[in-house]
Design a binder for this molecule. Structure first.
Ligand code: SF4
Ligand code: MG
Length: 336
C-alpha cells in the first residue's frame, strides 16, 4: 500500500541564465514501511525532490506541475503541495520528517541536544509534562545509540556520527510516517556510515515508518533499500527492487553507477566510472539526455527520448529496455 504517490512532479529553477528543469515529470510511489532509495549524481534532481516533498523549496525554485499525494492512515489522500500553513505545520515532523546531510547545519549550536528534542516535543505535543518529555528525549537518544547523558551536550561536543544520530533522534521524536533522508551519512567515515544505516533499518522495522533515502552512492543504497529509483538529469530512468537492480540493472546509467563505487565490504572492484559529466540542465542533450555518455547508445538515442516503461521488476527509460538490445518503439504514440 502506498503512503506517498508522486505524480508528474516538475520543479524549475528560474535564473537569468535560463530555466533549469531540476525535477522533470517525476512519478514515484513510496510504500508504507519501505525504504525507497533514490540514487543519482549531484545535479540529478534528488535533493530538489527531497525539498519538494517536505515543502521546503525556496525561490528561485518553483513547482511547475504535478502532485504529491499523502495517504494518511484512516483518512483520504491529501496533496502535500496544496497544504496551507496550518496544515503544513501539523504535517512536518508528525507525518513527515527530513534529515539532511549536514547535521551541523540542522542543529542549533547554542542549544543542548536535549533542549532541541524537547523543543520539537513541546511545540507539537503541548500537553506532555516536562518529565515525560525528558524521559522521551532520553529514550530517543538511546534508540539511536547515544547515551542519555548526552542530553546535556552541545552539538560541538559530539562527534560527526553522534551529531547525525542526534538529528535522526529529533526526526523520530513525533513518530512520523515518513522520513526523508538526503545524504544523511555522506560526511561520515565508512564504518560509522554502516552502523547508522543498519540502525535506520532496525528503527524502521520497529517504528514502521517509510524512508526516502537519497544518496549518490548506489552501492550504499543496495545495502539499505527495499526498492531503488535512479535519477538522471531530473528524471527517473530506472526503478526496481534493490536486489533485482543489483543483479540485473537495465539502464546503462544504473550499470555505470554500480561500477563507480567500491562495495562497502567484499573484494574491491575496479572503479569503472561513467565517462563525461552530468549535462547542463538548461540545455539538455536531445533524445535520451544520457546519450553523450552512454556506452550502449544507438543512432536513434540522440533524437528519440525514451519513455519510462513498466517492465517485469520495475520501470526503465532506455531504448534498449526490452533487454535484448533490439530497440523497442518509443515516442508519444506508443506510450503505455
Ligand atoms: Fe543509452 Fe540510448 Fe538507453 Fe539512453 S536510450 S541509456 S543513450 S541506450
Ligand atoms: Mg544533493
Amino acid at each position: 500500500m502506498n503512503i506517498l504517490e508522486i505524480r508528474g512532479l516538475s520543479v524549475d529553477y528560474l535564473s537569468a541564465g535560463g530555466t533549469v528543469h531540476a525535477v522533470d515529470d517525476v512519478s514515484l510511489d513510496l510504500r508504507r514501511g519501505e525504504i525507497l532509495g533514490v540514487a543519482g549524481e549531484s545535479g540529478s534532481g534528488k535533493s530538489t525532490l527531497a525539498h519538494a516533498l517536505g515543502r521546503l523549496l525556496r525561490p528561485p525554485a518553483v513547482v511547475t506541475g504535478g502532485s504529491v499525494l499523502y495517504h494518511r492512515a484512516g483518512g483520504g489522500p491529501v496533496d502535500v503541495l496544496e497544504l496551507d500553513r496550518a496544515a503544513l505545520r501539523a504535517f512536518r515532523w508528525k507525518e513527515l520528517a527530513i534529515v539532511f546531510q549536514s547535521a551541523m547545519n540542522s542543529l542549533n549550536p547554542v542549544s543542548t541536544i536535549g533542549a532541541q528534542i524537547d523543543d520539537v516535543l513541546r511545540i507539537h505535543e503541548r500537553d506532555l509534562p516536562r518529565k515525560v518529555r525528558t524521559e522521551r528525549a532520553a529514550e530517543l537518544l538511546r534508540r539511536v545509540g547515544i547515551g542519555a547523558d548526552r542530553l546535556r551536550s552541545y552539538p560541538h561536543e559530539l562527534s560527526g556520527g553522534m551529531r547525525q544520530r542526534a538529528v535522526i533522534a529529533i526526526a523520530l521524536a513525533l513518530n512520523p510516517e515518513i522520513i526523508i533522508m538526503d545524504e544523511p551519512t555522506t560526511a561520515l567515515d565508512v564504518v560509522v556510515q554502516r552502523d547508522i544505516l543498519h540502525e535506520i533499518r532496525a528503527l524502521k522495522d520497529e517504528y514502521g515508518f517509510a524512508v526516502v533515502f537519497i544518496t549518490h552512492d548506489l552501492s550504499l543504497l543496495m545495502e539499505i533499500s527495499d526498492r531503488i529509483a535512479v535519477m538522471y538529469a531530473g528524471r527517473v530512468v530506472e526503478t526496481g527492487a534493490a536486489g533485482e537492480l543489483h543483479r540485473a540493472p537495465r539502464h546503462p546509467y544504473t550499470l555505470g553507477l554500480l561500477r563507480s563505487f567500491p562495495k562497502l565490504h567484499g573484494p574491491r572492484q575496479e572503479l569503472l566510472s561513467i565517462p563525461g559529466t552530468p549535462p547542463d540542465l538548461r540545455a539538455l542533450p536531445s533524445g535520451c539526455a544520457f546519450h553523450p555518455r552512454c556506452r550502449s547508445a544507438l543512432d536513434e538515442c540522440s533524437s528519440t527520448p525514451p519513455l519510462l516503461r513498466p517492465g517485469p521488476g520495475g520501470e526503465v527509460a532506455c531504448l534498449l529496455n526490452d533487454g535484448t538490445g533490439v530497440p523497442v518503439p518509443t515516442g508519444p504514440t506508443s506510450e503505455v
